[in-house]
Ligand binder design. Structure first.
Ligand code: SAH
Length: 253
């Protein structure tokens, strides 16, 4: 009884962003595990059990889903966006590595989803049109000193930077500190995109400059994209601006 575990990306919110493969994986599952608000996005299905858990319980959730699958069940764990981006796929792999041998026999399938930075970028033009990287600003699982080192390296090397987990109730100071840090490397005029609840109710996308970025409200549902020296804003009358990063770059950038 080796079981089956699918780690499924739900995309940023809107059901149209759910892939057909993800919809099939959800429909085929006998049991669904996930953070409660994500599970709420999955339509109810007769005969399917639901196991909601709190946001911070990723390891316990992964272990519970693996234990369930190891008994021969067909189990799905859901993540917002893509499950491999600061989400459940890595938590499941960590548990498999540290868990009983029987968990390695489980058929594991990771079903990709549209991650937040792609959904936000698509709303505003093409800010990720050239080299970019993604960083989580959460210092729950890594020290702040490491985050600062990575911000320095990324901005210094000319990457556009997508910042996940910029703020939470328990972490109010990280985003202002990161913005301050990036000002050491980048011009005050560098475009910064704030995408909130993209593809969900209450969606909001705003563009600021690095100099004024600390004035923009941000919360747990916000993804921030900090441009590089090459990133440009095109003003349009009667339409929102376009933010894009040209496909070509020079050594000096
Ligand atoms: N696996 C998810 C990311 C989990 S980390 C993904 O691939 O998208 C959680 C962070 O993702 C949030 O703090 C926010 O920065 C970002 N995020 C998730 N959904 C979002 C959305 N609909 N709009 C904007 N940002 C979002």
């Amino acid at each position: 009884m080796s079981g089956h575990l699918a780690v499924v990306g739900l995309g940023p919110g809107d059901a149209r962003y759910l892939t057909a493969e993800a919809a099939d994986a959800l429909a085929a599952a006998q049991a669904l595990y996930g953070y409660a608000p994500y599970l709420d996005r999955v339509p109810a299905q007769a005969g399917q059990s639901r196991h909601p858990s709190d946001n911070r319980e990723e390891r316990a959730r992964a272990a519970a889903a693996l234990a369930h699958a190891a008994q021969g069940g067909r189990v799905a764990v859901v993540s917002g966006g893509d499950p491999g981006v600061f989400a459940m796929a890595a938590a499941v792999c960590e548990e498999i590595e540290g868990g009983p041998q029987s968990w390695r026999a489980i058929e594991l399938v990771v079903v990709p989803g549209i991650t937040a930075m792609l959904a936000v970028a698509a709303r505003i033009g093409a800010p990720l049109g050239h080299d970019f990287c993604a960083l989580s600003l959460s210092d729950n699982l890594k020290p702040w000193a490491l985050i600062e080192r990575r911000l320095d390296a990324a901005a210094g090397a000319g990457f556009v930077i997508a910042l996940y987990n910029p703020v939470s109730r328990a972490r109010p100071w990280q985003l202002p500190r990161a913005i301050e840090r990036l000002r050491r490397h980048l011009p005050a005029s560098t475009p910064v995109v704030f995408g909130r609840a993209v593809a969900r109710a209450g969606e909001e996308v705003r563009v600021a400059t690095l100099a004024a970025a600390h004035e923009e409200p941000a919360d747990m549902a916000t993804l921030v994209i900090v441009g590089s020296r090459e990133t440009r804003v095109i003003a349009r009358s009667g339409r929102p601006p376009l933010v894009y990063t040209p496909r070509a770059a020079e050594v000096s950038a």
